[in-house]
Design a protein around this ligand. Sequence first.
Ligand SMILES: *Cc1c(COP(=O)(O)O)cnc(C)c1O
Length: 223
Amino acid sequence: MITERLNQLKGGLNPTISLVAVSKTKPAEQIMEAYQTGHRDFGENKVQELVQKYETLPSDIRWHMIGHLQSNKVKYIASFIHLIHSVDSLKILSVINKEAKKNNRCIDFLFQVKIAKEESKFGLSAEKLHEILHTKQMESFNNVRLAGLMGMASYSTDPIAVKKEFAQIKQLFDKLQSGILKNNPDFKILSTGMSHDYEHAIACGSTMVRIGSKIFGERIYSN
Ligand SMILES: *Cc1c(COP(=O)(O)O)cnc(C)c1O
């Protein structure tokens, strides 16, 4: 099932769009099924689960942290994480920089921007992001690399509302790319779009989609 779903999804995606297969709550065997098709980018939203999977699964998997990250947990993923999508403060970024330095590496990250109306979604306002980009501290971080932006649209069935939010982050992305970040060639990822809205996200300039249930099936949460 996973193989078919993944191949079908990839067949419909322009090859310039990167796909992160979101494997949160899913067991190692299912991730291995996707891996066997040649897929290497997987996303998780909890540090403990991410570390467990990293330790048991093949070492050439590129792990993406897509969930909210707490300062005290950065140390567990700093040695191997491929891309952190969810940076939403200077404080967490300074911790990532410090832990990356300890591991003698440079960690790629995205700033998460809040585009959804819902209170529950994390992320920076455009104003706060500008403020951060203008700080001296930002320039002093030598072990992190700003690779783009991430955003999550409102969970809405109204395609116009959803597209408006994706268009808003795309506009911000373009403005930064041609403005304050014009000398930063690494700033090129726009991570938007999930199972239910990725087509709208792509229509609005997404370069990386994060898709879980459409590949692995619905998630079942139990406590
Ligand atoms: C769970 C999750 C996804 C994938 O969600 P699906 O609806 O299963 O595709 C994408 N991005 C983030 C940040 C997530 O937490």
